[in-house]
Ligand binder design. Structure first.
Ligand code: DAH
Length: 339
């Protein structure tokens, strides 16, 4: 019986050694150690042994069971580890491979120019403020010295939403809001979209962009206006640019001016970009009308100010030689990718 046990052990260990799957191992376990297994069968037949032999064979049978058990679990650990390693190897990522190129967006040309402009004004100490696109008649016109029947309203074809609500036609509305809220000194710019019922063509769009500027303090004069706007024009277009102040009219300023700069393309000789004029108009400005100061709760005897409104779209199309303003609004990626 001892030989039988020894042989059984050898067989089982050899089978375990050769096995290559968890299922095969389980089969071996059942075959040798299961209820109907071979070792169990030997143990069952121990009744025929003598009283001296029984404990000896019993101990040996236990040792054989222990050895098979140990071999089974060792083999199963080895197999699990191998499976794990194979899995890791299969899933390995080569971090040295080049990655897919990430598509990164870019600033819209309008935003590029706007960023430059805000940089310039911020470096001169201006705050940047925001205003609503849906505006009241009160802030867009009334407070700015443009009463209901004033002919100046015809200058700007307004989209009215109700009798008193409209899409702002000018960022100047932000002037009135700022002055109502803040006592001087005031130095602010307000960039944003404005809306007018204009036909769409290469140079007109019912949506366009302005930057409003306002300075109010004691002793502000036309010299300050000229100095700030000349400085601005030189920083945007280069120091060789000439700046021209033409008398003009706006209800909210007195006196009023329009500002032209020499065409950055031809330097003033006349070309396609400036339509032969040599000059490009970039903004309207003036000394804040005393009525406007009064309307907004600022004493015009004590304070004076200047204001300006710059068209962002024209500045952008001339800087980048964009021939049609509509390109700025179509968001065609092929166009935008060029900037
Ligand atoms: N709001 C004017 C426009 O849309 C531009 C303008 C002119 C703004 C003179 C001003 C200003 O602040 O003082 O045509």
């Amino acid at each position: 019986m001892k030989e039988k046990l020894e042989q059984l052990k050898c067989e089982a260990l050899a089978a375990i050694e050769k096995s290559d799957s968890a299922a095969a191992l389980e089969e071996i376990r059942i075959k040798y150690l299961g209820k109907k297994g071979e070792l169990t069968a030997i143990l069952k037949s121990m009744g025929s042994l003598s009283a001296e032999e029984r404990p000896v064979v019993g101990q040996m049978a236990n040792e054989v069971r222990g050895a098979i058990d140990a071999a089974l679990s060792e083999k199963s650990t080895v197999m699990e580890k191998a499976a794990q390693e194979a899995k890791l190897a299969a899933e390995a990522i080569d971090v040295t491979l080049p990655s897919k190129k990430a598509k990164i967006g870019a600033l819209h040309p309008l935003n590029k120019v706007l960023d430059d402009m805000l940089d310039i004004f911020q470096s001169m100490g201006f705050d940047v403020v925001d205003g609503p696109e849906v505006e009241t008649d009160h802030y867009c016109f009334e407070q700015l010295n443009v009463p209901a029947d004033h002919p100046a309203r015809d200058m700007q074809d307004t989209f009215y939403l109700t009798d008193s609500l409209l899409l702002r036609t000018q960022t100047s509305a932000a002037q009135a809001r700022t002055m109502e809220k803040t006592q001087p000194p005031i130095r602010m710019v307000c960039p944003g979209r404005v809306f007018r019922a204009d036909e769409v063509d290469a140079t007109h769009s019912p949506v366009f962009h302005q930057i409003e500027g306002l300075v109010v303090d004691k002793g502000i004069t036309m010299c300050d206006l000229k100095g700030v706007l000349e400085q601005f024009a030189h920083e945007i277009y280069g120091p060789e640019t000439k700046v021209k102040f033409r008398p003009s009219f706006f209800p909210f300023t007195e006196p009023s001016v329009e500002v032209d700069v020499t065409c950055s393309e031809c330097g003033g000789k006349g070309c396609r970009v400036c339509k032969g004029a040599g000059w490009i108009e970039i903004l309207g400005a003036g000394m804040v009308h005393p009525n406007v100061l009064k309307n907004c709760g600022i004493d015009p005897e004590e304070y004076t100010g200047f204001a300006f409104g710059i068209g962002l779209d024209r500045l952008t199309t001339t800087r980048y030689k964009i021939s049609d303003i509509r390109l700025l609004f179509e968001n065609d990626k092929r166009f935008l990718d060029q900037f």
